[in-house]
Write a protein that binds this ligand. Structure first.
Ligand code: NAI
Length: 317
């Protein structure tokens, strides 16, 4: 039995993500939780002829039932950006939402894999971790920040320049999930870019989300591409943990010591997934001179973002 719970399932990301998860044959139960509209979304998805049994849960009093027995909990709950906002601007609203949902997960499914989509991911992952620590159930191998959209975007934007097949283009993107903390490792590719191409690509990968926020003109941020990326990440988790497939790798933001020497305890890195979550967190790659500068900028911002999440839980305890 493989139960996946989606928290924030009625939202712009939550609905298409739930659709894609309903289409995943490994999922046998799909629990949709939100503060609004989940009965309708669940009724709609439940008519699709795939194995997952779909149930809708609404309001805090039903959170426990949504979470009980979950193998994976995906969290896209919270408010998205409007033009002119950074992901950090979302902190004040989303931190409380994520803390509440993480408390539910720590109580009702402490062994589940938790995949956090709600922004700012650089801070919301430490929030989930601190809540799990408070409940004595923290396992750093099981809590993930979903940065897959950065990897998806990087492959798309890079292949537009190189002309290579997008499906086989793989660009590791490490660090964090906002602006300067997003560190694409273009030096790992065999293509050699001009400095101007490289700078434009880095800028576009770091701020690709802004293109969507601007184009949606106040109606939110990336939802469909994010749903695709979120479903890809959950699918990787299931391939590794349910099918026990070897060699499943994704970049994801986790508690790790890969950048501990530079003073950060959370970092997105290439992770090999296994039955218990993180099997191997790859060390930092070798950086080009340009990437060394990007890394330093990423570290400086990450430190602030991580501390903000930790402090939030400590203050609201
Ligand atoms: P949305 O506003 O369309 O949907 C959010 C949903 O969360 C709504 O259905 C709302 O009712 C629900 N919600 C609010 N409070 C809740 C609570 N306490 N419990 C359960 N559900 C609750 O927003 P959208 O576009 O789906 O974005 C959701 C989050 O994902 C935002 O924080 C956004 O910044 C983030 N995001 C993350 C990305 C990533 O790459 N990790 C990419 C794009 C967005």
């Amino acid at each position: 039995m493989v139960k996946v719970a989606v928290l924030g399932a009625a939202g712009g990301i939550g609905q298409p993500l739930s659709l894609l998860l309903k289409a995943n044959p490994l999922v046998t139960e799909l629990a949709l939780f939100d503060i609004v509209n989940t009965p309708g979304v669940a009724a709609d998805l439940s008519h699709i002829n795939t194995p997952a049994k779909v149930t809708g849960y609404i309001g805090d009093e039903q959170l426990g039932d949504a979470l009980k027995g979950a193998h994976v909990v995906v969290i896209p709950a919270g408010v998205p950006r409007k033009p002119g906002m950074t992901r950090d601007d979302l902190f004040n609203i989303n931190a409380g939402i994520v803390k509440n949902l993480a408390t539910g997960a720590a109580k009702h499914c402490p062994k589940a894999f938790v995949a956090v989509i709600s922004n700012p991911v650089n801070s919301t992952v430490p929030i989930v971790a601190e809540v799990f620590k408070q409940h004595g159930v923290f396992d750093p191998k099981r809590i993930f920040g979903v940065t897959t959209l950065d990897i998806v975007r990087a492959a798309t934007f890079v292949s537009e320049i190189t002309g290579a097949d997008v499906a086989s283009t793989n660009v590791p993107v490490i660090g964090g999930h906002s602006g300067a903390t997003i560190l694409p490792i273009l030096s790992s590719l065999s293509h050699s870019f001009t400095d101007a191409q490289r700078d434009a690509l880095v800028q576009r990968i770091q701020y690709g989300g802004d293109e969507v926020v601007k184009a949606k003109n106040g109606a939110g941020s990336a939802t469909l591409s994010m749903a695709y990326a979120g479903a890809r990440f959950v699918s990787a988790l299931l391939d590794a943990s349910v099918l026990k497939k070897a060699g499943v790798k994704e970049c994801t933001y986790i508690k790790t010591d890969v950048a501990a020497a530079d003073g950060v305890e959370y970092f997105s890195t290439v992770v090999e997934l296994g039955v218990d979550g993180v099997a191997v967190a790859h060390p930092l790659p070798s950086f080009s001179e340009h990437e060394k500068k990007l890394y330093a900028a990423a570290i400086a911002e990450l430190k602030v973002n991580i501390q903000k999440g930790i402090d939030f839980v400590a203050k609201s305890a």
